[in-house]
Design a protein around this ligand. Structure first.
Ligand code: F0G
Length: 447
């Protein structure tokens, strides 16, 4: 594939098999490992400076320049413009937030919140779907599918109807927040509720896609991750094209962290950044496979020679114990993350760390983000809870510059929010006040 602008390559260095960009495979047919989109950069006219991408804001009437993903199109140069599907994703903003920073132990002006809830379907997934659906269109797919803890299904359903494709989404029964379920149904997806958890759905959807030839939209899809790289570009843009010291992101199926590591590796390779920020990936304690494997089982990338036995033994133990993950952050309630190896690579590239935070810490952080920021769903708040933990441990310095990615909108999961406040579950609870239907008494109650 040496001569092609773009191709797919297996991440296993012992295999490193290459495939044409038009192949719809999602896992290396030779060894079963994950695939990357790879570019021959000398064949792509990449702008010389990151600042040059910013100029496209002036052309906001051109859909590809308006998109916060395709604005950076040379860095995800895998398909012709005529196939690109956009619904103005990536119009997200990064905000400095001193109150949330204070909660997490940061000095003023050092914490930034990258709010991905502003995307069309209300989560960061749209960054990936615009890219994956463009690939799907390029290869002529007519029907697609995904497994989901909720946001992927909402985003898939939205993009599928935007480009006239049929879609089927697999969700674990009782494992999805209502905001997300309502989106999948409302956007017209065929919704299959499996009596199982996300990991069960993920396995089923891969087999179903294989059998029926459906286009798979989970983050196994390397083109989806190409779109998610741009979240990092917008963070750099938000800092006047400077790189922060840390990126903090929740970890579930580990697509984001994998994409972020790839983005920084490529930007450095292209000479567009001088230094790579550190990456902190935050699990929930009830779904902490990555934290456990990295911190306790010492699993590392090791130049691609990952210890497969450690992973196989770990999963065999989960099966033997009939383990199913549980956290109020249902978006990251995953115990067999499909991008585990790519995430290990990202940790290697970014000198990353992994931590797990409790549901209580997540809900407190969420309430603080709600009170002082734009609000977010529980999984997103794991980033701020993780930052607080890493500050307490002294791993992140109080005056380092930190960007926390808030992955989903506050309205995705109203139940967790309402319960936290109404049931006074934490120090930041703000319950409604019961009042009689009486003017004088109401007046007395208002402070
Ligand atoms: N935050 C939110 C709001 C999510 O929906 C997800 C994943 C994550 C974080 C974790 O990101 O998988 O890239 O590590 N949600 C998927 C879904 C699994 O099906 O919607 P990741």
């Amino acid at each position: 594939m040496g001569k092609q602008v773009v191709f797919q390559r297996c991440i296993n260095p012992d295999c490193a098999a290459e495939y044409d960009v038009s192949e719809v495979i999602f896992k290396c047919p030779k060894c079963g490992d994950l695939l990357d989109a790879q570019y021959n950069w000398d064949k792509i006219d990449v702008p010389k400076k990151l600042k040059d991408f910013g100029k496209r804001w002036a052309n906001r009437n051109l859909p590809l320049d308006l998109s916060g993903v395709w604005r950076f199109r040379e860095l995800l140069n895998f398909c012709d413009d005529k196939y690109k599907v956009t619904i103005a994703e990536g119009q997200t903003i990064m905000q400095s937030n001193d109150e949330v920073g204070k909660f997490a132990g940061m000095k003023a002006g050092r914490l930034f919140l990258q709010y991905e809830g502003l995307n069309p379907s209300g989560s960061f997934k749209d960054n990936g779907m615009t890219a994956a659906f463009s690939h799907a269109k390029m290869v002529g797919a007519k029907s697609c599918a995904c497994a989901s803890t909720g946001n992927t299904s909402a985003s898939v359903a939205l993009y599928a109807h935007s480009c006239g494709m049929k879609c089927t989404v697999f969700i674990g029964s009782g494992r999805i927040a209502f905001g997300k379920l309502s989106q999948a149904m409302d956007y017209g997806a065929q919704t299959i509720q499996i009596n199982g958890d996300f990991d069960d759905c993920m396995k089923q959807v891969q087999d179903v896609c294989m059998k029926l030839g459906l286009y798979l939209l989970n983050s196994l899809n390397p083109f989806r991750l190409e779109g998610q790289k741009t979240i990092m570009l917008r963070i750099i843009e938000g800092l006047g094209w400077e790189v922060p010291d840390w990126i903090v992101v929740p970890g579930g199926n580990l697509g984001n962290s994998s994409a972020f590591g790839k983005a920084f590796y490529e930007l450095k390779q292209l000479g567009l950044i001088k230094r790579i920020p550190r990456l902190a990936i935050i699990n929930a304690t009830g779904a902490d496979t990555l934290a456990d494997m990295v911190n306790n089982k010492k699993l590392v990338w090791n130049n691609g020679n990952v210890n497969n036995k450690t992973i196989a033994d770990y999963y065999a133990d989960l099966t033997a114990r009939k383990f199913s993950p549980h956290t109020c952050a249902s978006a990251i309630e995953i115990s067999r993350p499909v991008n585990l190896k790519k995430c290990l690579r990202a940790i290697d590239v970014c000198n990353g760390v992994v931590r797990a935070v409790s549901d209580e810490a997540i809900c407190d952080a969420k309430a603080v983000i709600g009170k002082y920021g734009l609000g977010c769903e529980p999984a997103s708040a794991a980033s701020v809870a993780g930052l607080k933990l890493l500050r307490d441990e002294g791993i992140i310095g109080t005056d380092e510059r930190v960007a926390c990615v808030l992955t989903g909108h506050a309205l995705k999961d109203p139940n967790v929010t309402v319960n936290y406040h109404k049931e006074k579950q934490g120090p930041f609870s703000n319950p409604p006040i019961e009042a009689p239907n009486d003017f004088d008494q109401i007046i007395k109650l208002i402070k």
